[in-house]
Design a protein. Structure first.
Length: 265
């Protein structure tokens, strides 16, 4: 207990007006109307929308970094962002103010002060993506923006057997789109699952990093297995080939959602 003449712990001191501060944000967005995360000239992007909202809130230089550069049409439930600006505002105030200025398709779900040196992209230890397939005979109008309609029977047992070859650390060049081939092709897939609930099939992949279009190329390939066009062992052969020309088609962007970004704390 504090002594009677002690001021006690009191409230935490406010950040100085001149101090630069980094906030750690978690965003959800419907990517349908956006040309991906990364700012590009003359098109709407999620990063651009967030920076524009932040510039209405903070004076001076505002820096916005996302953990994942999601493609055009891709959605997010848990995109991680570091936002740096000169600020004395609490995270709760920042959350409310950003949402007041953002389009309704983009929401800040959580905001907190970031630890020293935090960078949403460089500090990430892994990511989880989910790909949704509408396997009903007739596509659901409510899923048109969020699921790839694939009619006809999909053999989930065969798909699971095929996907098991991807677990572990491998060269994923066979599933990388041309624009990303200059990057290190080795990724560690920690988990890959195929789940069904009635007519919905979800493919969930967790890895330390992902190559350009990697998840969509994996999905397009394993659907070939599910349809019976390829045997389950084919996916392992494609992986070993390191040749994108050996894999299946690229699944549409709108079925893909960034679920979570993993950090050490």
């Amino acid at each position: 207990m504090a002594h009677a003449d002690s001021p006690g712990p009191g409230p935490p001191p406010a950040a100085p007006l001149s101090g630069r501060r980094t906030y750690r944000l978690v965003l959800a967005y419907d990517g349908t109307a956006y040309h991906g995360w990364q700012i590009q000239p003359d098109v709407a992007t999620v990063q651009g929308a967030l920076r524009q909202a932040a510039q209405r809130l903070f004076a001076g230089d505002v820096r916005v970094t996302g953990a994942s550069r999601t493609d055009a049409g891709v959605h997010a439930l848990g995109q991680a962002v570091s936002l740096s600006a000169v600020s004395s505002l609490s995270p709760a105030t920042v959350l409310g103010a950003l949402n007041a200025h953002l389009p309704r398709e983009v929401r800040v779900l959580r905001a907190a002060d970031a630890a020293a040196g935090f960078d949403a992209r460089r500090s990430a230890l892994g990511k989880r993506y989910a790909y949704l397939i509408d396997n009903a005979p007739v596509p659901s109008p409510l899923l048109l923006r969020y699921a790839w309609h694939v009619p006809g029977r999909l053999d989930l047992a065969a798909m699971r057997q095929a996907l098991s070859a991807l677990r572990g650390r491998h060269d994923f060049s066979a599933f990388c789109a041309a624009p990303g081939r200059e990057a290190n092709p080795v990724c560690h897939v920690r988990s890959v699952q195929a789940r069904r609930r009635r007519t919905l099939v979800a493919l969930v992949i967790s890895a330390d990093r992902f190559l350009h279009h990697m998840v969509r190329n994996v999905v397009g390939s394993v659907v070939e297995v599910g349809r019976g066009a390829r045997p389950p062992r084919w996916l392992a052969d494609v992986l070993a080939s390191r040749d994108r020309g050996q894999a299946g088609p690229t699944a549409p962007a709108h079925g893909l959602t960034l679920v979570r970004v993993v950090y050490g704390s």
